[in-house]
Ligand binder design. Structure first.
Ligand code: 5AD
Ligand code: SF4
Length: 477
């Protein structure tokens, strides 16, 4: 079936186009606009898709108007995600019509978790869409676009047997440099935990770890391209496992020790972790590795054992607190971050008070909190005792006030401290740069653009709304 063909000009004829045809003849430079929704993994995926498309002559653009291809990399984690995508697609359809009237073609692709969850339904509800591609098949995107160019509408959401990362190119040094001194690197995808509120195991599939050699190669390329800080990504990143050089079993801790040896790479982080997968090796890495930043995102979701059980988190509040205590023993300056859900089915006032108590006890540096949203197909959606919206909202507000207070207290506790700052990007004022603290805060400091990528010693002097201020403490390290 072809799309809205009455409204659109015939696709541009690109006979027998090979992967690099457009690049070779130079006459066919095309532009892609990628809109990324959701988590950091989607940000990473968008970069990798952009690199794959570059081989077919697509250059990235920030201007949707001039795009030949608009790609929505979607997220399905919380409510109305799909509806938001459909309304964005409605607007894109108008744009596509307008461009067609001017004799310009614009293709539309939907990628990410909504693509995975909705599949064919997207083609049915959004007639202007040319390609629907799931998170496990990005390496087949160029091929899907070629088929779409020939008039087919393509849905490719099968879980691929082949490893997509083996087929996705890593950008060359020049491009890596242009993207900045911090980068994401996905090491693990999918999830086998099946928390009862969560769609991830259904949209991203079961847990898969990338092999050590692939990860090390990519990290080395990033470091050669000037990246100083890498954040390892995974839906359940600390469930990553692999094999070391002698075939021995490696967990995420071992991988971090290996990556810390890469020359030029000064900082490592990882996200998102599950409390059950914080093994000793990983905790010890926080003790031993200077490169491993003292920041840990460790979602707990609720402080009530009853709710934790109903969520299938498979740990208690006391176990979580004991884990935090162990981590703090080896790394006393570690900053903690978390995720919370208010109003999970069956949550009572008492359960919610337990959450507040846990938050008081942990003292988070940062946190994300959400109202429970029913995700079709998850066990949570089947539960009776759904909590009314206004109660979810009320609890969320109370929780967020407490978390915000803790965030401010943490920021203020930094004043006067001397820290290493990774200079990342230009600041708002000339002769000013924004750097990243070990605890993931943005810090403004006087420095020259040529210093981007340096790590300097600064003293924190004050706090702003979403950032800190600092002065130079001594020469660059
Ligand atoms: N409702 C509300 N929040 C959710 N999250 C995941 N699924 C849901 C849901 N159905 C939150 C969790 C998770 C974060 C990424 O999103 O807190 O840790
Ligand atoms: Fe979702 Fe739970 Fe897996 Fe996290 S651990 S991705 S919340 S199922």
């Amino acid at each position: 079936m072809t799309q809205d063909s009455a409204l659109l000009p015939a696709p541009k004829a690109i006979p027998h186009e090979g992967p690099n045809e457009a690049l070779r003849d130079g006459s066919n430079s095309r532009k892609v606009f990628i809109k990324t929704y959701g988590c950091q993994m989607n940000v990473y995926d968008s970069t990798r898709m952009s690199d794959a498309l570059a081989r077919d002559g697509y250059e990235p653009t920030d201007d949707m108007e001039e795009a030949d291809l608009v790609l929505l990399n979607t997220c399905h984690i919380r409510e109305k995600a799909a509806e938001k995508v459909y309304s964005a697609l409605g607007r894109l359809r108008e744009m596509k019509k307008k461009k067609a009237a001017d004799g310009r073609e614009m293709m539309i692709g939907v990628a990410g978790c909504v693509a995975q969850a909705e599949g064919e339904e997207i083609l049915r509800r959004a007639p202007a869409v040319d390609v629907v591609i799931g998170p496990q098949t990005y390496h087949r995107l160029p091929e899907a676009l070629r088929r779409a160019k020939q008039g087919q509408r393509v849905v490719d959401t099968e879980y691929a047997i082949e490893d997509k990362f083996e087929h996705l190119p890593i950008a060359e040094s020049r491009k890596i440099r242009a993207r900045g001194v911090t980068a994401f690197l996905t090491v693990q995808e999918g999830c086998d935990k099946f928390c009862t509120f969560c769609v991830v195991p259904y949209t991203r599939g079961s847990e898969v770890s990338r092999p050590v050699s692939q990860i090390v190669e990519e990290a080395e390329k990033l470091a050669e391209g000037g990246v100083r800080e890498i954040t390892l990504l995974g839906q359940n990143v600390n469930a990553w496992h692999g094999a070391g050089p002698r075939g021995e079993a490696w967990s995420l801790g071992d991988l971090l020790y290996r990556l810390a040896e890469i020359p030029g790479l000064a900082r490592l982080r990882y996200t998102t972790s599950h409390p059950r997968d914080m093994d000793d090796r990983l905790i010890n890495a926080h003790r031993d590795l200077r490169a491993l930043m003292p920041y840990l995102h460790l979602p707990v979701q609720s402080g009530s054992d009853r709710i934790l059980k109903a969520m299938n988190r498979r740990h208690t509040a006391a176990e979580y607190l004991a884990l935090i205590a162990r981590i703090r023993t080896v790394r006393p300056d570690i900053a903690l971050s978390g995720d919370f859900i208010t109003g999970f089915p069956g949550e009572t006032d008492k359960d919610f008070e337990d959450t507040l108590r846990l938050v008081e006890e942990v003292r988070y540096a940062q946190a994300f909190s959400f109202k429970y949203s029913t995700r079709p197909g998850t066990p949570g959606a089947e539960l009776k005792d759904q909590v009314p919206e206004e109660i979810k909202a009320e609890r969320l507000e109370r929780l967020q006030m407490l978390l915000l207070k803790q965030q401010q207290e943490f920021a203020e506790s930094c004043i006067g401290k001397e820290i290493d700052l990774l200079l990342e990007k230009p600041g708002r004022m000339p002769e000013q740069l924004i750097g990243r603290s070990p605890w993931l805060q943005s810090v403004n400091v006087d420095a020259k653009a040529s210093q981007i990528g340096d790590i300097i010693k600064v003293r924190i002097t004050g706090t702003g709304t979403n950032s800190l201020f600092a002065e130079r403490a001594e020469a660059a390290v």
